[in-house]
Design a protein around this ligand. Sequence first.
Ligand code: SF4
Length: 414
Amino acid sequence: MSKISTITIGRGRRRGRALEMVTSLDPNRQVPRPLAIYVHIPFCIQKCGYCDFNAYLYREAAARAYVSALRQEIVRAAERSWAGYGVPSVYFGGGTPSTLAPADLIGLLQLLRDGFPVQAEAEITVEVDPGTIELAGLEALRAGGVNRLSVGVQAFDDTLLQRLDRRHTAAEARRVLAWARRAGFMDVNLDLMFGLPGQTLAAWDASLSEAIAFAPAHVSVYGLSIEPRTPFYRRQQRGQLIVPDDEVQAAMFERAEQLLTAAGYVHYEISNYALPGWRSRHNQHYWRHGDYLGFGAGAHAYFQGRRWENERLPPRYMRAIAERGEAVGSLEAIDPVRRVHEGLMLGLRLREGIDLATFAATYGVALETAYAKPIAELAQGGYVQLMGGRLCLSARGRLVADAVLGQLVAAEDV
Ligand code: SF4
């Protein structure tokens, strides 16, 4: 559902028993090494026309079998020693995790608590879609230890929601946000999308204003991206889908920043805003290149310099779990150059950018020297800023972040 659930960089290459290759930490470490956990629920009540996530139509029997496989995968992974680690965040993403019964999600969370050192104050997020959960379900999640919701609102506009093939209405979105409050959730993220077919600047303003009126702790703002192999892509190729042009989309991005920052939100990552003290710990862990495990179909993990991805299709994932207890479909070691590139690309997504001294200590590379030429070119164009020992994207650079990051890591003199 959300673009920030997992970080995907590059392609996997070979299969292996990923967790058998990892080394244990000193169990007496003073400070536990942070290890985030992602759990993928690949079911939705509809397939949206723009969606290229690993998501499939919900079927009760398939979902039951899938939860059983997930439980096996978690129990198996928990067999090795996790002493020395601390889990600061668990994220149930999808798909639409709220298609599962709250008891199933809480049961999975309990298994994680039993098998991994999930910290008492850990951030526990569940993505929910309006129309897939009632007040009682939200109360059950809260009572079961979930302390953060990410609500896929996308727009407070039924016409736009229908154009996206979303099943929910704006009224259902308003209701689930109100229920989240009543259920005791303080930490609520609200997802919004811009650049939608037929969306005007005025319509975008209206959705932003209504989002702000709910005063969620966190707002994620994504531009619609038309991906190959989606119905939207085919419609666009046939000339049947027109989205706002680049200029309007840039104005929408800037409008989000104006309205949200005026309302007290901090634009702390390209697509993310939070009230002070409410940044997403889970996603910051990704952007800081932290280790994480992923459970479920197509889930990614990044751990001890290796990245792996589970079998993507749920039937293949479940078969692999039944046969061998884990479902790694591809695995690769991240070489030092790639590691630097990843650290650079992830770190620059954050508003505060990269602390050059910390980067050099972590990756063994002085960016200001090794990347001097592309940094100078991008700074001259007004896309990055190098000052106070930090490298950051400028406001202009944030508008075209992917291109700027691509130019940096493609530089030949590195
Ligand atoms: S709700 Fe729509 S966009 Fe989100 S994962 Fe499901 S099909 Fe994809």
